[in-house]
Design a protein around this ligand. Structure first.
Ligand code: GLN
Length: 541
């Protein structure tokens, strides 16, 4: 029976050699290929760090904090799963060491293990397995993909590897398979692809009792058959189970690269699943071609303070890729470090762009540069999309430069300012702890008819995801609107401002919520799409 615990199939994806090999993309791509064969697929991401969730980490640590419908602040790989599999995940799809240990320690304090010595094996490993199985059961899926973050050999990963080893033994050889992603580097002098790091990481995995079934080798180029054969021999897998994953122009190409090498068919065979229809990948191929082959070009600036690590803005990058495919236009992202705009004449670099995104963020660093970019967009009629902090700064910029409220600011940056037009949300004032207590997740937004926001969404009511502590101060709502910045989207009580827009501007729209988190291939975020359309229009394309 589909979704029963007995019949659940597990695909465990591990990583070797180094981090950042794109395990998440490999795992999501495999998921997509199984989904294209009519299977129901879900995913769990394991992050072996001690944080209970990603919400308390700086984006420079692990990239953007991805927000789910239920308000979970999760690892960005959850975004890859949502996008590739077109599903909505929740807090339990992200397991961290912090979550597991906290729960086990709570149980110990309650007396659940009275008389026992509470240990990593079996108490922690049992809790890990319970969480994995529960998730597969809840999702009622045929296949659950489990991605283990980090690299095999990391101390933190050990309990998780032991748990999935046990899961394999308990569920049976056909029901749990291991995909190991590794790196095959090239030494520039000889130009030869080196398999030794892969051999070593598989050796490490085997020493824990896990024999990989499939090896996905990341490399600059396609692996020739002799290299595949060598890996197969040393790592004890059939040659067809060694898969080459060369650098791709778009991550959305990866499912096609894996399909060509028969990965999904091999997985099904290995798991004893027969009779699945051949996948229908026409729409996906068209989608990828549209991204890669668009002749028209557009420059969209992302002005932020974490631009050194592009993953900090991953969902914006992906939302723009989704727009690119939809509108058949190549989008070049121009990364602008916000502080760089403060230097003399540097704001001029924005003259070359066709549209600007001011993304979310925390803290005052970078604020001034972002405000400069907003003034530039407003005055020069450059299409602008402000998101979360970008929304709040658009309001501040308008109050300062159009309404003449020079002291307008956010209480986040200056609690003593003369005009705190952005203030703490009620309920945030008395909080003592910092984890998981912002206004988070999906909330209803009501859109006024006859506005740009309404034309963009074509709906009176939408749901989008949030992650903020501050909001537009209700004391200023009316004055701001009267001065010309319209709040075209509000919460159900009309008390929280969700979308702001200027009338006499081609596209100056900002949202308190994060539209990028719900953008999907073939279904781009409406606000990003509207920004790109406005940018194309102003460029005359
Ligand atoms: N720092 C702002 C707040 O907490 C904006 C948050 C964000 O951009 N995600 O409200």
């Amino acid at each position: 029976m589909v979704g029963s615990r007995e019949d659940m199939k597990y695909i465990v994806v591990t990583g070797g050699v180094l981090s950042g090999l794109g395990k998440g993309i490999t795992a999501s791509s495999i998921g997509r290929l199984l989904k294209e064969r009519g299977m129901k697929v879900s995913a769990v991401k394991i992050d072996p760090y001690l944080n209970c969730d990603a919400g308390t980490m700086n984006p420079y640590q692990h990239g953007e904090v991805y927000v789910l419908d239920d308000g979970a602040e999760a690892d960005l790989d959850l975004g890859n799963y949502e996008r590739f599999l077109n599903i909505n995940l929740g807090k339990d799809n992200n397991i961290t060491t912090g979550k597991v240990y906290r729960h086990v320690i709570e149980l110990e304090r309650k007396g659940e293990f009275l008389g026992e010595t509470v240990q990593i094996i079996p108490h922690i490993t049992n809790e890990i397995k319970r969480r994995i199985k529960e998730e597969g059961y809840k999702a009622r899926c045929d296949v659950l993909i489990i991605e283990l973050g980090g690299t095999v050999g990391d101390i933190e990963s050990m309990p998780f590897l032991e748990a999935v080893r046990q899961l394999h033994t308990e569920s049976g050889h056909d029901s749990c398979i291991f995909v190991h992603t590794t790196l095959v580097p090239v030494m520039s002098v000889v130009g030869e692809q080196k398999t030794k790091p892969t051999q070593h990481s598989v050796k490490e995995l085997r020493s824990i009792g896990i024999q990989p079934d499939i090896i996905v080798a990341r490399a600059n180029k396609v692996l020739p058959s002799d290299i595949k054969g060598k890996i197969a021999m040393f790592c004890d897998v059939p040659t067809r189970a060694v898969v080459s994953c060369p650098n791709a122009k778009s991550i959305y190409e990866v499912p096609l690269i894996l399909e060509e090498q028969g990965v999904a068919d091999y997985i099904l065979e290995r798991m004893g699943i027969h009779g699945k229809p051949a996948p229908e990948l026409k729409a996906w191929k068209r989608y990828v071609n549209n991204i890669l082959e668009s002749k028209r070009e557009l420059n969209i600036a992302i002005v932020g303070k974490y631009t050194k690590l592009k993953d900090s803005y991953l969902s914006h990058i992906e939302a723009l890729a989704h727009c690119s495919a939809q509108l058949k236009v190549r989008i070049n992202i121009v990364w602008v470090e916000s502080d760089s705009l403060l230097k003399k004449n540097k704001v001029k670099k924005l003259e070359k762009v066709d549209g600007i995104i001011i993304p979310g963020g925390f803290g005052g660093r970078g604020k001034k540069g972002k405000i400069r970019a907003i003034t530039f967009a407003r005055e020069n009629k450059v299409p602008l999309l402000g998101v979360c902090l970008g929304f709040q700064l658009s309001v501040i910029e308008f109050c300062r430069n159009v309404m003449g409220l020079e002291g307008a600011d956010s209480a986040e940056f200056d609690s003593e300012c003369s005009d705190p037009v952005i203030n703490l949300l009620p309920g945030q004032k008395d909080l003592k702890e910092m984890g998981g207590n912002m206004r988070l997740g999906s909330h209803d937004i009501f859109i006024s008819k006859g506005t740009k926001a309404h034309a963009t969404y074509g709906l009176d009511e939408i749901k989008e995801r949030h992650r903020h502590r501050y909001e537009v101060n209700p004391k200023y709502h009316e004055r701001i609107e009267n001065a010309g910045l319209k709040f075209s989207g509000k919460d159900e009580l009309g008390e929280r401002m969700e979308i702001a827009e200027l009338e006499d501007h081609p596209f100056f729209v900002a949202s308190q919520f994060h539209p990028e988190f719900k953008s999907r291939p073939m279904k781009p975020s409406p606000l990003h799409l509207a920004l790109v359309k406005a940018a194309m229009k102003s460029k005359g394309k």
